[in-house]
Design a protein around this ligand. Structure first.
Ligand code: ADP
Ligand code: MG
Length: 267
């Protein structure tokens, strides 16, 4: 990566607490503009919390987050967000196009509210960009898991963000849709910096430009090659090597503390 490239996201010594739980501790992470970063880690490792902290949905206990060199403001339009599938109510009676339109909502709704014509046009353009304009009038309860996930990506892109954050976008979709979503993200990555939380290590190896492994602290941040050196550096994060055709093995205990960030990262 070009060292002179601008950082889309710069996180310094970030700690986040929920009442009695420390979710993140002293996380330092730079995401250069144009990067496709995959975040992996065990359940409860703080992955969703990191995305929420970048979005300003949870406050840091300490540390700081900068977006394109500026202090992050709440609801910054420059960031699009695809929340974890399980947190979305798919029985809600709303059409696909209306879901995309909600991206333009600011503040509470009032009676007789109407979306602006320009927002309707932008929503249609976003649906077309992802090739699901034919689904515009469908109720979301009538979409397959893969279609719904693509719809959430469309919604996140509707405001033309420069950064896209995705929380496990392939967790509830079939393998064909998963491939489709990765192709879509690779295309989007030509103009948008992407940070994606995933359990899908196939994606990590073949699609992303770097990976970070979170287990309360940043255990690893570097290249996506899942060779022995990388896997050893990621000790503390689940790495399923069977999926890659590499002989399965059980990692032994490590004597040294291999926490830490990227070697070239200052913090
Ligand atoms: P991950 O996405 O990696 O599974 P999370 O960021 O969701 O992890 O959670 C990190 C830790 O913070 C976990 O211990 C979790 O139980 C806790 N946590 C997450 N959200 C909340 C919340 N709203 N209130 C209290 N604790 C929370
Ligand atoms: Mg999560």
């Amino acid at each position: 990566m070009d060292q002179s490239a601008k950082n889309a996201i710069q996180i310094e010594n970030l700690s986040v607490n929920y009442r009695h739980t420390r979710a993140l501790q002293n996380v330092c992470l730079n995401v250069p503009e144009g990067e496709f970063l995959g975040i992996i880690g065990p359940n409860g490792g703080g992955k969703s919390t990191l995305l929420k902290a970048i979005l300003g949905l949870v406050p840091p206990a300490s540390g700081k987050i900068e977006i394109f060199g500026e202090e992050r403001k709440k609801n910054q339009a420059v960031i699009g967000y695809v929340p974890q599938f399980s947190t979305v109510d798919r029985t809600f009676p709303i059409s696909a196009q209306e879901v995309v339109l909600t991206a333009f909502l600011k503040g509470p709704l009032h009676p007789f509210f109407r979306y602006k014509e320009e927002h309707r046009r932008a929503a249609s353009a976003a649906l077309e960009r992802v090739g699901i304009e034919n689904l515009a009038s469908r109720q979301i309860s009538e979409l397959s898991g893969g279609e719904f996930q693509r719809l959430l990506i469309v919604r996140a892109l509707a405001t033309e963000p420069k950064i896209l954050l995705l929380d496990e976008p392939t967790a509830s979709v079939d393998p064909a849709s998963r491939e489709h979503i990765y192709e879509l993200l690779t295309e989007i990555n030509k103009s948008v910096t992407i940070v994606m939380v995933t359990h899908d290590l196939m994606a990590i190896a073949s699609e992303v430009t770097s990976i970070a492994c979170l287990n309360q602290t940043l255990v690893y941040h570097g290249g996506p090659q899942l060779d022995e050196k990388t896997v050893n550096a990621m000790y503390g994060c689940p790495v399923d090597l069977i999926a890659h055709g590499v002989p399965h093995r059980v990692l032994g205990r490590h004597d040294h503390d291999c926490r830490g960030g990227r070697e070239d990262e200052e913090c």
